[in-house]
Ligand binder design. Structure first.
Ligand code: DQA
Length: 145
């Protein structure tokens, strides 16, 4: 089985970007720990980041038939993108929403998620650990944990 870990806008700047909010780990550090966790649970893993909404939609479409579940940190598109919501609905793959920060403890505009209603669940507030919890949640859902 295979997981897609998908990252949206500005997450390429992790480590440099607002370290007081997002910590000092980089996206490639996160990729490394995700790879280790996915392998330990018997999954192949694809890790992808884009700043472009349409490329994220394409990546979700391409996951159909190639991956068994998606962990999605859509960044700011979480709060705006009906297109990403529709893409998740369309491919009928289990999706776990991920955020490094606790979006509910931040500005009001981050409280609404278009991903949450179409996700198995949402994991936020645990920094890089949020991704590992999402992998565990997908593994459990897919019967691998
Ligand atoms: C984020 C939270 C979003 O509100 C923000 O726009 C991001 C990162 C997080 O991982 O905490 O880009 O998704």
């Amino acid at each position: 089985p295979s997981l897609l870990i998908l990252n949206g806008p500005n997450l390429n700047l992790l480590g440099l970007r607002q370290p007081e909010v997002y910590g000092s780990v980089t996206l490639s550090d996160i990729e490394e720990v995700c790879q280790a966790r996915a392998s330990a649970l018997g999954f192949d893993m694809t890790f992808f980041q884009s700043n472009h909404e349409g490329l994220l939609v394409d990546a979700i479409h391409d996951a159909r038939g190639t991956h068994d579940g998606i962990a999605l940190n859509a960044g700011a598109f979480t709060h705006t993108s009906i297109a990403l919501m529709d893409a998740i609905t369309s491919v009928e793959l289990p999706c776990v929403e991920v955020h490094l920060s606790n979006i509910h403890a931040r500005e009001e505009f981050r409280h609404r998620s278009y991903i949450a209603p179409v996700a198995l669940g949402q994991i936020c507030g645990f920094g890089a650990q949020s991704y590992l919890l999402a992998i565990d949640a997908l593994a459990s859902h897919l019967g691998q944990l």
